[in-house]
Each structure stands twice: as C-alpha cells, then as structure tokens.
Design a protein around this ligand. Structure first.
Ligand code: GUN
Ligand code: FE
Length: 458
C-alpha cells in the first residue's frame, strides 16, 4: 500500500461533500494520477465500473483495501502551535494572558536552540500524521532556523502544511527574551520564510506553503500589522492569527483600536481569502458577515476554548450564516493533538451551548441558544472538507481534482478502541462510531497526495 500514484484504489468509506450530510462510499473505484490527484471516482452503479475494475485488475494497477476497513479523507487541522507540543497536557490552570507569559513564551523561546526544535518538530509531525492529520496549519516561533526546520520536516515526512513565522514586536505585551527586535526584523523573518519555503528544492509540488502569522493584535504594533497585511497581499499568502479569543483579548483590542478584532484585522488587509482566524468566540453578527464576505475562515478550537475562552464559539450560527469554518486542536491550548477528538469535542460543546450548563437553573431557563447543536456529520465535515475549503486547498473529499489525502480506519486493529457489531451497525452509523470512538491505533495507514506517509507497525 506504499503509494497509490498511478493506481486505482478499490475502497469503502465515507466523505462529506455537503456540511451536515455524509456520503457512504461502497466499493468505489478511485483513480489516482501520477501526481497524487484523484481523476475519477466510480461508484458500483456507474456503467464504466466493471470494465474499469477488470482492466485495473488485469494491468496490475489495482490496489484493493482490505474488506471491513474504511477510507476517510485525511483530517485538516487549521490551528496548531508547533513549538507548544512539549507542553501538551500541561499548563492549563491559568487564564490566557498569564499562560502566555508564565509557560508559553518561555517554552517558545527555547526554539533558539535548533537541536531542541528538531527533536520537538520531528515527533510532532510524526505524531500528527499517525493521528490522521494530513494537512496542518502551523504557527512556528520567531526564530528563522527553527521555522525552516519545521518546513523541512513537513516536506521530508510528506505532510501538507502551512508554516508561519510568528510575528510579535510589541514591547508592552511581549517579553524582552521573546520578541521580534523591530518591525523590520519581523518583516525580514516573514519574507525570508516565504522565500525559503517557495524555493525549497524538495517542495516542487508546493505541499508546504508559507502563511503570514501576526500572533494576535496585542502582541503586534500597528506598524507591523500594516506591513504584514501588505506582505500577504503582495506575496499572495495565507494569513493566520487569533481573533476575539478571550474576554481579556477581545477587550484589549476594543480598548486599543476602538473596534473588534475582525474589523481591525480587516483594515490592515489581514482579512482575506484563506485567512484563518483562531477561536473567534466573541465575534458579532457583523463580524461574521465581514468574515464571510472576505472569504476568510474560522478555526474552531472547541477544547482550547474551555480552558482559555470560558465561552463556546457559536458554531451553528456561523455555519448557518455561510461562514467558512474548520477545526483546530490549538496545540497546546487544547490538550489533544487528535482531530477526531476535536470533532467529538465540537459536538459536545455545541450541545452544552444549546442546553446550558447551570444545574441551579430550571431546564427552560438554563440556555437561550436553541438550535445550536451540531451532530457527528457536521463535525466530520469540518474536520475534512470544511477545513480544506477554509484554506482553499483541494483536500477533504474523494472527488476528481482533489488530492488523494486519506486515512484508513481498521476497526479490527488490536489496540484500537472502535468496536463494530456487523449485525447492528450500518450506513453512516459506522462513521458515527468512528468519529466518537476511534483512536490512533485504528488509523492504520495515512496518505498525502497518494503517497503513504504513515503506517501502523503490526
Ligand atoms: N493568543 C496568542 N497566542 C496564543 C497562543 O499561543 N495560544 C492561544 N490559544 N491563544 C493565543
Ligand atoms: Fe492558538
């Protein structure tokens, strides 16, 4: 199963072309070209199906996935702080503004040491691939060498990724030991990484892309935000940042700029097609409209929001308005690197938002957010096609023109946590069980652009 380039793959599984709906794929034939792009998907009732299947069998280009396994599009994680992986599961006891100064800036400052960076990034990218994250949107640090290393490691291991040099120059909010020395230092670092990634000799397919990354408004001066907006425009780059994440942060921007994060990012040219706004819990209806019109997207980070936002992002409201949304683990603000777990948490948090949480209140008084739940179908869409659409990449679906980025789920994996009962489970209930109960051992093979990038050892 090493590579599926120039092969036809016979598989069963699921994908979600429409938010909230799941398509069951039953013994479909997926034809992949030499670049790892899907050129045809034939269902069993397609008139050409039997001939094509027979031909692929005869000419030896058929790869048959084992019966009883399920192929899913690879997962898209829209919000990861790569340098924070060493503190995953730690440091969740204080508010955002304290967490940054007490734990996070000191850890990120360590990436001055490239040996440390190499160790951390190596294990991070391998772990995320093994967890099914085929596309990752990464914040790096302020350090040129460590950022280049992160891009190198993604390219070497085959992960599709956006990699950003974190820009942060505001003396009032960033410590002396971890801050861009000046606007021009942050600009040079950003431009340097863009060139490095785009000209990388092993990145001919453009699998890794640069992303302009103002950490968030509090950590940047207005001069820097202006420059970064111009770079994103002139170099046609994605943008990522944090937006209206916590009460403190949302209030800080209202105080400093007299407007919301969304409005302010927009005037700096940072709200554009493919901009990824982390969290966005406190955005207004007009912010949502602006995000939609600009074709930017929200990275919904349900688990992180529990610890650092004290609020649930109004996901269903945003989706109903037509805002692009995908999921983010927010490593290490969220203590899990798994997008499956994040999808579960998106369902759970939406249920809590709808139902309310205060047991002292009577049922009918507990919440004023009716109709804001989502189900596993929407969560699965967000983890796959929604994430791909957010950053404008042809990933997350088994469709002609899309990359063959995929994970194989084996319910029989010995150490797995997924248990199917053939006489009980059918149709998209199987996907429901996968979303709710599958774990890393169940993800036995992972492909990016038709090339296998991770495989379980057994
Ligand atoms: N806001 C600014 N920096 C960060 C970060 O590293 N994590 C989170 N969750 N929010 C931030
Ligand atoms: Fe974050």
């Amino acid at each position: 199963m090493k590579t599926f380039r120039n092969r036809s793959v016979l598989a069963s599984g699921f994908h979600a072309p429409v938010c909230g709906e799941v398509e069951c794929l039953d013994d479909v034939l997926i034809v992949v070209d030499g670049d790892g792009v899907i050129i045809e998907v034939l269902a069993k009732d397609d008139p050409a199906y039997s001939d094509r299947l027979a031909a692929a069998r005869t000419d030896g280009s058929l790869s048959e996935l084992p019966k009883g396994t399920y192929l899913l599009p690879g997962f898209v994680d829209l919000h990861i702080h790569a340098p924070q992986y060493p503190q995953l599961g730690n440091a969740l006891d204080v508010p955002l503004e304290v967490w940054l100064q007490k734990y996070t800036f000191p850890l990120e400052a360590r990436y001055q040491d490239t040996a440390f960076a190499r160790r951390a990034y190596d294990v991070l990218v391998s772990d995320l691939l093994a967890s099914g994250t085929t596309t990752a949107v990464y914040y790096g640090t302020i350090h040129e060498d460590a950022n280049r290393l992160l891009a190198d490691i993604c390219i070497e291991k085959g992960q599709r990724a956006l990699v950003g040099k974190v820009a942060m120059d505001n003396e009032a909010e960033c410590p002396d030991y971890y801050r861009d020395a000046s606007v021009s230092a942050a600009v040079e670092g950003t431009l340097g990484l863009i060139d490095y990634i785009r000209e990388h000799p092993d990145n001919g397919e453009g699998r890794v892309k640069p992303v302009v990354t103002p950490r968030f408004i509090p950590s940047c001066t207005d001069d820097l935000l202006t420059e970064l907006g111009a770079i994103a425009r002139d170099h046609d780059c994605h943008v990522q940042t944090h937006c209206s994440e916590s009460d403190w942060e949302h209030g800080y921007v209202l105080d400093r700029h007299g407007m919301t994060d969304t409005e302010s990012l927009d005037r700096f040219g940072l709200l554009k097609t493919g901009s990824v706004l982390g969290h966005s819990n406190f955005i207004s209806a007009s912010d949502m409209e602006k995000i939609k019109v600009r074709e930017a997207a929200v990275a919904h980070c349900p688990l992180s929001n529990v610890y650092f936002s004290d609020a649930v992002f109004p996901l269903k409201v945003a989706l109903d308005k037509g805002v692009r949304v995908g999921l983010g683990t927010d490593i290490s603000g969220g203590p899990s690197g798994s997008l499956l777990e994040t999808a579960r948490n998106a369902v759970t948090m939406a249920r809590l938002l709808e139902a309310g949480t205060d047991p002292d209140l009577a049922r009918e008084e507990r919440s004023n957010h009716p109709g804001t739940r989502i189900d596993f179908r929407t969560a699965f869409y967000l983890a796959t096609a929604g994430g791909g659409e957010a950053i404008g990449l042809p990933v997350g679906l088994f469709r002609p023109g899309y990359q063959f980025d995929a994970v194989l789920i084996d319910p029989e994996a010995p150490l797995g946590s997924l248990r199917l009962w053939p006489e009980l489970d059918e149709g998209d209930q199987i996907l429901q069980k996968i979303v709710y109960t599958a774990s890393r051992p169940n993800i036995t093979n992972v492909w990016v652009g038709g090339t296998q990038v991770s495989a379980a050892e057994h």
